[in-house]
Write a protein that binds this ligand. Structure first.
Ligand SMILES: NC(=O)c1ccc[n+]([C@@H]2O[C@H](COP(=O)([O-])OP(=O)(O)OC[C@H]3O[C@@H](n4cnc5c(N)ncnc54)[C@H](OP(=O)(O)O)[C@@H]3O)[C@@H](O)[C@H]2O)c1
Length: 287
């Protein structure tokens, strides 16, 4: 099986590479092929002749997208279209990574795959548009929506909280609810969905949900840090992009493939077991 992976250097891509080790893998980052360059995308796809393309590359700076709308749309939507057209031309299947931010967050109950998209940020809009275009171009496409990624080798929320560990107090928003997702669990599940030749929209997150405040509390408690985590409202932390207040994704579409994801707290514990906790090694060695 030949697989071409776009976004191999990203947070998720780094976990996908080892999971795909048993395939004939072409792993690409921005410097290998810019999604905005239709000719280059056609070229790399025709050279690698994949059976399957995984599109994990994106412009993921949610706040940056607000001030760089053209860039967001050209990478996340037009870029995805370039990949879908190349996949269609080469007869390859396509798996596309999308986001909970295609929803506005007003539902107040887990989002099902068929719920209407109504993004409230440019990033969400760029992904929502891409989803619609891809379903037109390649009706067999598999669109995986995920959320709140954390993992090794890049910026993520737990790493940020650990970096703030020396503070006495960490203030975190308590009015946005979603499902944290460990890139290692996600990568394994994506590979399984590929094996099962999944198609249509599938929601893949770790099980359970929390607010960012609850997430931070769990990180601090599990890491044994002294910092106090204080809940605050989003209004106290104005950011360029609006975020959905509630973006929990229903796992029904994943369960339909007979796949269960571990709980986010279990995933966080496994992640923390592999990262250096500031101050911990000193305490442990008594030095
Ligand atoms: N992070 C989250 O919380 C989250 C939540 C929901 C959905 N998602 C989606 O999940 C996927 C993976 O996210 P991630 O967090 O792993 O992303 P990431 O860490 O930001 O990595 C992005 C990847 O895309 C590549 N890239 C950026 N611009 C590109 C361009 N113009 N052409 C080609 N490649 C480009 C980057 O290459 P370089 O390293 O060379 O720059 C990198 O490999 C994305 O589709 C994202 O939208 C992420």
């Amino acid at each position: 099986m030949r697989v071409t992976l776009f976004g191999a250097s990203g947070l998720l891509g780094r976990e996908l590479v080892p999971v795909l080790a048993g395939t004939e893998l072409t792993a690409l980052s921005l410097e290998d092929a810019d999604l905005r360059d239709a000719g280059r995308i056609r070229e790399v796809v025709s050279q690698s002749q994949p059976d399957l393309i995984i599109l994990a590359a994106a412009y993921t700076d949610v706040d940056g997208c607000e001030s760089n709308r053209d860039l967001a749309l050209s990478v996340n939507c037009e870029g995805a279209v370039h990949v879908a057209l190349a996949a269609r031309q080469g007869g390859a299947r396509l798996m596309f990574l999308s986001t909970d931010y295609v929803f506005d967050g007003s539902k107040g109950a887990p989002y099902e795959t068929g719920d209407p998209r109504n993004p409230i940020s440019v990033y969400g809009e760029s992904k929502a548009r891409a989803e619609a275009r891809l379903l037109e171009i390649l009706p067999e496409v598999c669109i995986v929506r995920t959320s709140w990624l954390f993992g090794h080798g890049g910026k993520c929320f737990p790493a940020t909280i650990l970096n703030l560990a020396a503070r006495l107090e960490i203030r975190v928003v308590n009015d946005q609810r979603g499902s944290p997702t460990y890139t290692r669990d996600l990568a394994r599940t994506l590979a399984e969905l590929c094996r099962k030749q999944a198609r249509g929209i599938v929601h893949v997150t770790n099980a359970g949900n929390c607010t960012w405040y609850e997430f931070a509390k769990e990180i601090v408690a599990h890491a044994g840090l002294a910092a106090e985590v204080k809940p605050v409202a989003t209004a106290e932390f104005p950011r360029p992009a609006r975020r959905p207040a509630y973006s929990v994704l229903s796992p029904a579409s994943l369960h339909a493939y007979g796949i269960q994801m571990p709980d986010w707290k279990d995933a966080l514990a496994r992640y923390l077991a592999e990262v250096r906790i500031p101050g911990k090694s000193l305490e442990n060695t008594g030095t």
